[in-house]
Write a protein that binds this ligand. Structure first.
Ligand code: CAA
Length: 379
């Protein structure tokens, strides 16, 4: 189904057309295979990088495409409608470039063209086995020794773990709490930076996260991003933007599921007519479509606030919360519309249903989003 979109420029129209074309040509024929094998699609990401899709919201002078978030999130949405693993990979990579782009030294920023062009894939290593939602409690320790930080600890649930070329490592360089955390940029080849086996996931198997064990890993001192102790604020700023990406993934996934369900409800006949003509199913489809439109409106509002340089954390949290809950409901209902056929892997709704769940968890569980929203209400 074509979504009627108000885009800010003719260039944005061209970009969305290009994304649709890439989704059809490069993603649609590969997704089932990669998901079934649990294989990470590095080459597909390189192709997207060469097409300019891995640095969309960054300035052109840094090697990005200079697009507003309003447009970037709609590109993600289109990718997610075909292959969530790819859309999530683009979103996490884009998030991983943010610390260097906005807080990096001049020397560090020289890496940006390769990062934003997709030659170097990024990862964001904040979470730990004992510190997921409570990010400020992280215990990975970095101790300065001469010209290097020596890092010890374990990072968990790291998207692109073992695949990335660079890691944003959030480590404790000072005392307890958020002010003791610093951000550093570590090369994948850093001795002592040891990716573990990928997790075995319910869905999103082509982009499985992995733990990263750090054993006396030596990160050059000049790879500190921002000031010492500024790491937590950098992580939160990156996640504010990242949550828009996850919301976009959710809207795209839900739209894909609705489109498939509508197609099925038009074709499938029972009791002598297409099942969509029964009010029970027609109303279900109507509710799915309405929820998706509402989620997209919240997302675009938050993205436009960010583009305007206005505070947007709370609106990003609302968009992430609402859109991912909508994706869960809509994919559940899509399975129901297809009945038994929805529960077998012949149709993608079975995969989308499994994939939607993870969006309610990553980049801040939906309970964390509610915490952010409640704090902004209560002060
Ligand atoms: N922007 C800038 N600064 C922020 C901020 C934001 N959005 N949110 C908080 N801060 C600052 C605060 O202002 C405060 O600084 P001051 O004392 O100078 O004012 C400092 O950070 C501490 O803030 P809080 O007291 O609010 O911190 P908290 O410990 O109560 O936690 C939280 C707040 C929102 C719950 C935060 O811990 C959080 O977002 N948790 C979820 C973490 C998360 O999303 N993890 C998933 C990571 S994704 C991943 O790792 C996988 C992957 O591959 C991408």
């Amino acid at each position: 189904m074509t979504v009627d979109r108000l885009l800010p420029t003719p260039e944005a129209h061209d970009l969305l057309d290009l994304t649709r074309e890439l989704a059809t040509r490069e993603l649609a024929g590969k997704v089932d295979d990669f998901e079934a094998r649990g294989e990470f699609p590095r080459e597909v990401l390189r192709t997207l990088g060469r097409s300019g899709l891995l640095g969309l919201p960054y300035p052109e002078e840094s090697g990005g495409a200079g697009q507003p978030y309003e447009v970037y999130v709609q590109v993600l949405e289109l990718l997610a409608g075909t292959w969530l693993g790819i859309a999530e990979a683009v979103s996490v990579h884009t998030l991983s470039c943010l610390p260097v782009a906005f807080f990096g030294t001049e020397e560090q920023r020289k890496m940006l063209p390769d990062m934003l062009g997709g030659e170097m894939l990024g990862a964001f290593a904040l979470s730990e086995p004992q510190g997921g939602s409570d990010a400020a409690s992280l215990t990975t320790r970095a101790v300065l020794s001469g010209d290097h930080f020596v890092v010890n600890g374990t990072k968990a649930w790291i998207t692109h773990g073992g695949q990335a070329d660079f890691y944003n490592l959030f480590c404790r360089t000072g005392g307890p709490g958020p002010k003791g955390i610093s951000c550093m940029l570590a090369d994948a080849a850093t001795p002592g930076l040891l990716p573990q086996q990928p997790e075995r996931l319910m869905g999103l198997r082509s982009s499985a996260p992995a733990q990263i064990v750090l054993e006396e890993a030596r990160v050059p001192r000049d790879r500190l991003v921002g000031a010492e102790g500024e790491g937590f604020a950098i992580a939160m700023k990156a996640l504010d933007a990242g949550r828009l990406g996850i919301a976009a993934c959710a809207v795209g996934l839900a739209q894909g599921a609705l489109d498939h369900a509508v197609g099925y409800a038009r074709e499938r006949e029972q009791f002598g007519r297409p099942i969509g003509r029964f009010q029970g199913l027609g109303f279900m489809l109507a509710d799915m479509g309405t929820q998706i439109s509402a989620a997209r409106a919240l997302l675009l509002n938050a993205a436009r606030l960010k583009d305007a340089g206005r505070p947007f954390s709370t609106e990003a949290a609302k968009a992430k919360l609402f859109a991912t809950d909508v994706a869960m409901r809509v994919t559940t209902d899509a399975v129901q519309v297809l009945g038994g056929s929805g529960y077998v892997s012949d149709h993608p709704v079975e995969r989308w249903f499994r994939e939607a769940k993870v969006l309610q968890i990553v980049e801040g569980t939906n309970q964390i989003q509610r915490m952010v929203i409640a704090r902004s209400l209560l002060g």
